[in-house]
Ligand binder design. Structure first.
Ligand SMILES: [Zn+2]
Length: 282
């Protein structure tokens, strides 16, 4: 099973999962249909279905167009608000596309109808993959837009926490650096947070994705999976894991956003004095 990581929009990930023997493929969060179809053509695979994690536009916006371009396409999701939905999945429901096996996991918290997709291939030595949308992110979790801290805790600690630790995590956004900066604020002494942040910054500099991580690693540096640990209790001043998570989500919402990077071309032009006529007009 091969996973193509496709960077779209500002910082979203769309994925194409390919069964290499049969050339069957499944797309996750097909937000940019033309780009997806171009890759499908190039890879010479057959798109069997689209799996959508949640109804937010940056994950589901391409479904209608894709369904028009590919009549009969099956679109799976756990929320009626997902565009072009043909099959509403239930928690624990299993799907098969060729040799690709999928278990649908309902993980409310970010939205009320959020689903994650756990995928594996029978008789394959490859680790299973989790497509976690905006539930679990590298070093963080999605905002509580519609759900409660109780739901997010049950989704992260209960549902996703029960998956095999070697599971590769493919999330919906590239927020690793920002999330890990927050993780370092929460746990300034955590060496693994420091190492992962330094690694994520290098990846970012090279314009490479920080996905996938593994569940095992996430439990070592992701504060939202570490709500029962002592440093998290200390940071939040709470002991109940749900209360720790609630406080953490509120703190994260207020965490400063990184400064906008100046456009490199504009900086260069400025250095060469090309922008000075415009600047002087002011
Ligand atoms: Zn979202």
């Amino acid at each position: 099973m091969k996973v193509k990581v496709i960077s779209v929009l500002e910082d979203n990930y769309m994925y194409l999962v390919i069964e290499e023997g049969t050339r069957d493929a499944v797309a996750v969060d097909a937000a940019v249909p033309k780009r997806l179809l171009e890759i499908i053509r190039r890879e010479d695979v057959v798109l069997r279905a689209v799996l959508t994690t949640h109804h937010h536009w940056d994950h589901a916006r391409g479904n209608e167009e894709l369904a028009k371009l590919r009549p009969g396409l099956r679109v799976y999701g756990a929320d009626e608000r997902i565009g072009a939905l043909t099959h509403r999945v239930a928690h624990g429901e299993e799907l098969a596309f060729g040799a690709i096996r999928v278990r649908c996991l309902l993980t409310p918290g970010h939205t009320s109808g959020h689903a994650c997709y756990f995928m594996w291939e029978d008789e394959s030595p490859d680790a299973p993959a989790l497509f976690s949308g905006d539930a679990l992110l590298v070093g963080g979790c999605g905002k509580l837009c519609e759900g409660t801290a109780e739901q997010m805790y049950a989704s992260l600690a209960g549902v996703l926490g029960a998956l095999p630790k070697e599971t590769k995590v493919f999330c919906g956004h590239e927020y690793a650096v920002r999330n890990l900066k927050f993780a370092l604020k929460v746990e300034p002494e955590n060496e693994i947070v420091k190492q992962k942040l330094a690694w994520a910054k290098r990846r970012d500099d090279e314009d490479l994705p920080a996905v996938p991580s593994t569940l095992q690693e996430e439990f070592l540096y992701n504060p939202f999976l570490r709500v029962a640990e002592e440093p998290l209790r200390k940071f939040t001043g709470k002991t109940d894991p749900v209360e720790v998570l609630r406080t953490l989500c509120a703190e994260k919402d207020n965490f400063k956003k990184p400064k906008e990077r100046p456009n490199p071309q504009a900086m260069l032009a400025l250095e060469w004095g090309l922008l000075s006529p415009f600047l002087e007009k002011k």
